[in-house]
Design a protein around this ligand. Structure first.
Ligand code: PLP
Length: 388
């Protein structure tokens, strides 16, 4: 018998994490101190990317990417409807026109064939950016996207908020860590509590392009610089210049301390998540519960474990699980059907695969500290319902 509700995701805070935050609190800095740079270097080194800029949250990270790419009102970008709305909103903040492209029914990610059809229909350069999402932790085919980017002239911003620690194998047989930006221009992460690294609020942008990194870093702090190489003049040690209209999208030292501490457990977290996924896979084999797609050469980061059940059973299963203290979640309501996006002409029926997915999907609890007993309980309750 389970004693407290099991949510679909949950942070894991260890004594080491607590001590790291306490040490940060006892240091001379609460913000703009050494831990932020330390976190950035550790994260960049883990991913194998040149630059990481840690920021206040994943949404800010997306907005900073849009700013760094000089997205302006009316510029078009393409993203998937099966994502948290921030993937689109980060570009709307710059006035971009968001074009949704339907998903692949197997992976639930942006359908690259459909994307190509959209791209083909307009002259090169029509779309400033494509923003795929490594939904649930499954990495998008960045290599194919890069080929498309070369033909159709757009920047690639991967929303990898669900996928730190995930990887894919490219056509040369090389393993590419999500966020290493071997094929993408920019990659974005979130450190929200349900994510792999939890700093309360937090996020990061990674890139190998110094020009983009400099802009992201500048816009993160009001557009202000003290870098002698960038200053227009020098008045003295106190002197700084605001060169662009930026934001305060900084993270605190306490959050950076948490991030550094949690990054050390990221590999373990991915392994444990994959173990949990395997057990779910095996438990639902041969039932009406459709389990996530797998492919050789892909390390799924399993932020979410999404199943599909027949649409006429989904709400009943959701409710049944809740009454049994299993807080499964429906992720996501297609973004193009949100009232805000409907004002731009999007409507139900525009994205048939995404909409069909939405009627059937359910995210079962997935987090590294989910106990065997809890997982057995979840499986038992799902099976109880689907056999009634
Ligand atoms: C796919 C995706 N993109 C962006 C975000 C935004 O991240 P944050 O909540 O850190 O602003 C989230 C967060 O839930 C997300 O799941």
């Amino acid at each position: 018998m389970i004693e407290k509700p099991i949510s679909y995701g949950h942070q894991y805070i260890t004594e080491d994490d607590v001590q790291a935050v306490v040490a940060a609190l006892k240091s001379d800095y609460m913000t703009q101190g050494p831990l932020i740079g330390q976190f950035e270097r550790a994260f960049a080194s883990y991913l194998g990317v040149e630059f990481a800029c840690v920021v206040s949250n994943g949404t800010a990270a997306l907005h900073l990417c849009a700013m760094a790419l000089d997205i302006r009102p009316g510029d078009k970008i393409i993203t998937t409807p099966i994502t948290f709305v921030a993937s689109a909103n980060g570009f709307r903040y710059q006035g971009a026109e968001v074009v949704f492209c339907d998903i692949d029914p197997k992976t639930y990610l942006l359908d690259l064939d459909k994307l190509e059809t959209i791209l083909k229909a307009s002259p090169k350069g029509t779309y400033k950016a494509v923003v795929p999402v490594d939904f649930a932790g499954y990495p998008i085919d960045e290599e194919r996207l890069r080929k498309l980017a070369e033909v159709y002239g757009f920047s690639i911003v991967v929303d990898a908020c669900h996928a730190p620690g995930g990887s894919f194998t490219d056509s040369k047989g090389e393993t590419q860590m999500v966020g290493n930006c071997r094929y993408a221009d920019l990659t974005v992460f979130s450190f929200h509590p349900v994510k792999h690294i939890a700093t309360g609020e937090g996020g990061a942008v990674t890139t190998n392009r110094k020009d983009l990194y400099d802009k992201v870093a500048l816009f993160r702090t009001h557009g202000i610089t003290k870098d002698p190489e960038l200053l227009e003049k020098q008045d003295g040690g106190w002197y700084y210049e605001m060169q662009e209209l930026g934001y305060n999208y900084r993270i605190t030292e306490m959050q950076a301390a948490l991030g550094i501490s949690q990054l050390k457990r990221l590999n373990w977290s991915i392994e444990r998540r994959n173990e949990i996924a395997k057990k779910y896979d095996a438990a639902f084999e041969g039932t009406i519960v459709e389990t996530p797609y797998r492919q050789e050469g892909i390390v799924h980061a399993f932020h979410l474990y999404i199943v599909q059940v027949p649409a006429d059973k989904r709400k009943g299963l959701y409710d049944y699980l809740r009454t049994n203290m299993v807080y499964a979640q429906v992720l996501y309501i297609p973004a193009h059907t949100m009232p805000y996006y409907r004002q731009f002409g999007w409507k139900e029926g525009d994205m048939p695969v995404a909409e069909d997915y939405y009627t059937k999907c359910l995210a079962l609890p997935m987090f590294p500290t989910l106990s065997d007993e809890e997982q057995d309980w979840i499986i038992e309750k799902v099976k109880e319902y689907i056999t009634v």
